[in-house]
Design a binder for this molecule. Structure first.
Ligand SMILES: C[S@@+](CC[C@H](N)C(=O)[O-])C[C@H]1O[C@@H](n2cnc3c(N)ncnc32)[C@H](O)[C@@H]1O
Ligand code: SF4
Length: 386
């Protein structure tokens, strides 16, 4: 019998790329919903190939992301979970994995959601975004505030852990509107909140409208104040600010996202999914074929959906460890950084950044302070200067 606790941990990401409609700000790998009978079998076959890549592991989390995986039926979700359980160690009581799925309020369906729970889901992540109807219309969402509230209440009734996504910083948003959104999420008893500042991504409908001078979607002037408001409100309500954009009640952190931030291995199946696998002290980064058609075709033709597979260099691996690890409150180990890269961080920059209050060193552990997390890209750029 395998000693499951001794096996290396593994997170599994499944990308379901379809959405009922495409939001004007979104640049994820998404496609308008269609009947696609080839995608699920392709994902199942790709998982089997990933088992060959990783060898035996214990699965610590399974995450259905998108797109809109709540467009999957409970049977489809159950089939994926059961397949993962047959391929890796994933269902001993001591190491029961976190199993999460991202859902849109508009597709709320009590029978389906109870079906997900019966299939093993422990966590639902809901794309609330806001409860304000004009904001939701502006953001191109297909739900309104009442639907968002009903979906949140239903999710909390069914799942042991519920996370709500909130977008802030849209033009016209006042502090009072943001406080109201936060209070409604808190009053419902939500255990985890992801707060994203609205960003204008290249190629999106918002970016095109801005180029034409038609709309100003983001209120950049107020965004820093709004971020402070989010932080203060949630910390006062007993949440831990454990990652730049993420807040959790104790024991409700996203185990799956922590795997990314801590530099653990993860399977990435489904169109455009990214993966990381470490073997014999070599770490490889994979990206799956982007479109559902190309992905399913590749699985049929060669048995897996991976389009690119690149061995990370020691400095590439170490930089990724730094960039991801400084996002979380646990920070990074300097010894581990040196171990991976064979070098040390820029000492002058490190000293200056600590003196300016952006970083904090405690023994071997380097952390970004709250101020440092606000400007993390600039901080990490300076640390990596050679
Ligand atoms: C991939 S979406 C999945 C959730 C689900 N499809 C939904 O939209 O409700 C994950 C989250 O990313 C956030 N997001 C996507 N694009 C964004 C942008 N340009 N600015 C800020 N947040 C964004 C949204 O809050 C969204 O809920
Ligand atoms: S924000 Fe969510 S629902 Fe909207 S297009 Fe992106 S993935 Fe789809």
């Amino acid at each position: 019998m395998t000693d499951s606790a001794a096996l290396d941990p593994l997170a599994v990401y499944i990308h379901w790329p379809y959405c009922a409609r495409i939001c004007p700000y979104c640049d994820f790998n998404v496609y308008k919903r269609k009947d696609d009978t080839a995608l699920l079998p392709a994902i199942l076959a790709d998982l089997a190939h990933w088992r060959e890549l990783t060898g035996p592991r214990r699965v610590t989390s399974i995450h259905f992301g998108g797109g809109t995986p709540s467009l999957m039926s409970p049977d489809q979700v159950a089939t994926v979970i059961d397949t993962i359980k047959t391929l890796w160690i994933a269902d001993t009581p001591e190491i029961a994995p976190e199993i999460a799925l991202e859902a849109n309020p508009h597709e709320m369906n009590a029978d389906d959601w109870r079906g997900y729970r019966a299939a093993g889901l422990t966590r639902m992540s809901l794309g609330i975004q806001s409860f304000h109807d004009p904001a939701l219309t502006f953001l191109g969402r297909d739900h309104n505030g009442a639907t968002a509230q009903a979906a949140l209440d239903l999710a909390l009734e069914i799942f042991p852990s519920v996370s709500a996504d909130l977008i802030f910083g849209w033009a016209g948003q006042t502090q009072a509107m943001l406080t109201d959104d936060l209070q409604r999420i808190l009053n419902a008893g939500t255990q985890h909140i992801s707060t994203y500042q609205l960003t204008i991504e290249d190629g999106t409908a918002f970016a095109k409208a801005e180029t034409r001078g038609q709309t100003r979607a983001v209120d950049a002037d107020h965004s820093a104040d709004l971020y402070d408001l989010v932080r203060d409100t949630l910390i006062n309500a007993g949440f831990e600010h454990y990652e730049v954009s993420n807040f959790a009640k104790p024991n409700h952190r996203s185990r799956h996202n922590l795997a990314y931030w801590q530099g653990l291995d993860y399977v990435g199946v489904g169109p455009g999914a990214h993966g990381r696998v470490t073997k014999d002290n070599q770490r490889a980064a994979t990206i799956a074929h982007l479109t559902p058609t190309a992905y399913a075709r590749a699985v049929t033709n060669i048995g897996n959906g991976i389009e690119s597979r690149e061995a990370l260099t020691p400095s590439g691996w170490a930089s990724e460890y730094l960039l991801m690890g400084l996002r979380i409150d646990a920070g990074i180990s300097l010894a581990r950084y040196t171990d991976l890269s064979g070098t040390i961080l820029n000492t002058d920059e490190l000293t200056a950044l600590m003196k300016d209050g952006f970083l904090h060193l405690s023994g071997d552990i380097l952390r970004a302070t709250p101020d440092g997390r606000l400007v993390l890209n600039a901080v990490t750029e300076r640390l990596l200067l050679t």
